[in-house]
Structure formats: structure tokens, C-alpha cells
Design a protein around this ligand. Structure first.
Ligand code: GDP
Length: 296
């Protein structure tokens, strides 16, 4: 994960460590290099600017320059600020504390990994002794309903019976009534995606949100698409006021831009990450561990 980014940070920090005592100029040079590393990783330029300013302010503090291991101090500051950028110190667990059945809505563009992630989430909740019901609310692509049914069979989680062409809001409402009657405590809503944002889709998602009042509205973002994922997340957030992000395909060779920018741009935390195509490849996101991993 983010191998390229890790390698480049390593090169910058090796140079810094090789210097012994550091001058202000040494630190400024290193930060110029860090800036380039982040921009090359497709991190949003405003995010990079604020990040570098925060690290510079702390690193140029007298204590760092006077310390016995100034390079170590600078690296520690970079690590801490990376973690902060990704939401360190915030609650990023799913909040399902509501009267059951608790609706959790997944949204995002086609191909981001929504349907797969619905399955992963269902499996993870089952392992936490919850009883989820999968709800196919993408009525435009019959294949999407079939795909969710296949996923449900694989993990032995029931999929609400919906048909192509039904109103997605009606499907979700019927699923809620069905869940109440049959003891399901969580509804996982697999909503429609498109190749691009369009207002019709957004209005449909708003109607589902207003009717079901989901406890969590999770934007599913493909980490491989970098800044595009961040921009789309921000558009969804503006319309839907999402509660968090699930970042998929972190097992691939994503450059890191989405992971490092999405929290700062949207103001919403990354809650979970997809680490593979298998249905157990879903992990809780830990900003500090991610920062540690990125720095190698
Ligand atoms: P949807 O259109 O948003 O519902 O996306 P799908 O769930 O159909 O996923 C699109 C593709 O991405 C499928 O081939 C999935 O197997 C794949 N996929 C989803 N999540 C991950 C992930 O975390 N890692 C990898 N490598 N592939 C993923």
C-alpha cells in the first residue's frame, strides 16, 4: 500500500538523518521535498499547503533544533500531522446506537465498490452479533440486485426481495417494515450509482435519506481514483451530509491522495477501508497506524 509514497518519504528522511545538527534551512529544504512527495501522490494542493505550514510551525520551534535528535523530531512531527490530517483523535467507529432496525446507507459512483462493501459490512456486523438485512435499492441495473443476492448467499445474510423498476424509496420503506417484523436490527442500503454525478440520482438519494433517516450515510470511494474520489465525495457530502467515508481498494497501488485528502476536504472521517475483493477484507481505519505505515 502506497509503496511509492513510502519510498519517497524514506529518501527525504534519510538525507535529513544524515545531517546530525539541523539548521532552519535544512528543515525548510526537507519540507519543500515533502511538499513535492505529497503533490506527486495526488494530495489536494490546499491540503498540502496547510499540512506543510503546520509541520513547519512545529519543526522550527526552538526545542526541535536544539534537541539531540532533530531529524527524529521532525519525522515524528510529520507522522503526527499525517495522522491528524486523516482524523486522528476523532471517533471513527460506526455509530449504530439507535432504535433497531438501524439504517445504514451506502452511496457512491458505479464501480467504487458499494455492493461488495455492503456484503463486507454485513459480514462484519454479523461477527459483532448483529443481524443485518441487505437491501438492494439500485433498481436501474438488474445485475446490481443479482450481485447483492450473490453476495448475500456467500455470507448467509438475507437480501430483501426487490424488483427492477420499483421505487427505491418504497423498497427501503418496505425493507424497514420487513426488518421490524422479522427481527433484523440493521438495514444496509445498497443505493444506485452512476458513472458520473447527476442530479436525478442525487435527488433519489435525498428522498431515501429523508424517508429512512439513516444513522450512517457512508460514501464509498475508490482510493485508486485519487483526487476524483475526493471531489465526488465533496459533492455527495454537500447534498447528503454524509457521516463518513469507506475507502476501497487500498490493497491496490493507489498513490495515497484520496486517503490523505478526503478527511480534510470533506470534514468527514474515513471509517472503514476495503483491503481486497474478498468479503472479509474490510478493516476499521486507524489514522495513526496509517500514518505509521506510510512513513514505513
Ligand atoms: P459498485 O458498482 O460500487 O457496487 O462496485 P462493486 O461492488 O461491483 O465493485 C466493483 C469492483 O471493485 C469489483 O470487481 C469488486 O470486486 C472490486 N472491489 C471492491 N472493493 C474492493 C477492494 O477493497 N479491493 C479490491 N482490490 N477490489 C475491490
Amino acid at each position: 500500500m502506497f509503496d511509492n509514497l513510502t519510498e519517497k518519504f524514506d529518501t527525504v528522511f534519510k538525507k535529513l538523518r544524515g545531517r546530525g545538527r539541523l539548521s532552519e534551512e535544512n528543515i525548510k529544504d526537507a519540507l519543500r521535498e515533502v511538499r513535492l512527495v505529497l503533490l506527486e501522490a495526488d494530495v489536494n494542493f490546499r491540503v498540502v499547503k496547510d499540512f506543510i505550514a503546520a509541520v513547519r510551525d512545529r519543526a522550527l520551534g526552538q526545542d526541535v533544533l536544539k534537541s539531540l535528535t532533530p531529524a527524529q523530531q521532525v519525522i515524528k512531527i510529520v507522522r503526527e500531522e499525517l495522522a491528524r490530517l486523516m482524523g486522528e483523535g476523532e471517533a471513527n467507529a460506526l455509530d449504530l446506537a439507535a432504535r433497531p432496525p438501524v439504517p445504514v446507507m451506502l452511496c457512491g459512483l458505479q464501480g467504487a465498490g458499494k455492493t461488495t462493501t455492503c456484503g463486507k459490512l454485513a459480514l462484519s456486523l454479523r461477527r459483532q452479533k448483529r443481524n443485518p438485512l441487505l437491501v438492494p435499492a439500485d433498481i436501474y441495473r438488474p445485475a446490481a440486485i443479482e450481485q447483492l443476492k450473490t453476495v448475500g448467499r456467500q455470507i448467509n445474510v438475507e437480501v430483501f426481495d426487490s424488483q427492477p423498476g420499483q421505487d427505491p424509496v418504497k423498497i427501503c420503506e418496505a425493507a424497514r417494515a420487513y426488518a421490524e417484523l422479522n427481527g433484523f436490527d440493521t438495514l444496509i442500503l445498497d443505493t444506485a450509482g452512476r458513472l458520473h454525478i447527476d442530479s436525478e440520482l442525487m435527488q433519489e438519494l435525498v428522498r431515501i435519506r429523508d424517508s429512512l433517516e439513516p444513522r450512517e450515510i457512508l460514501f464509498v470511494a475508490d482510493a485508486m481514483t485519487g483526487q476524483d474520489a475526493v471531489n465526488v465525495a465533496e459533492s455527495f457530502n454537500q447534498v447528503l451530509d454524509i457521516s463518513g467515508v469507506i475507502l476501497t481498494k487500498l490493497d491496490g497501488d493507489a498513490r495515497g491522495g484520496a486517503a490523505l485528502s478526503i478527511r480534510a476536504v470533506t470534514g468527514k472521517p474515513i471509517k472503514l477501508v476495503g483491503m481486497g475483493e474478498k468479503l472479509d477484507a474490510l478493516e476499521v481505519f486507524h489514522p495513526d497506524r496509517m500514518a505509521q505505515r506510510i512513513l514505513g
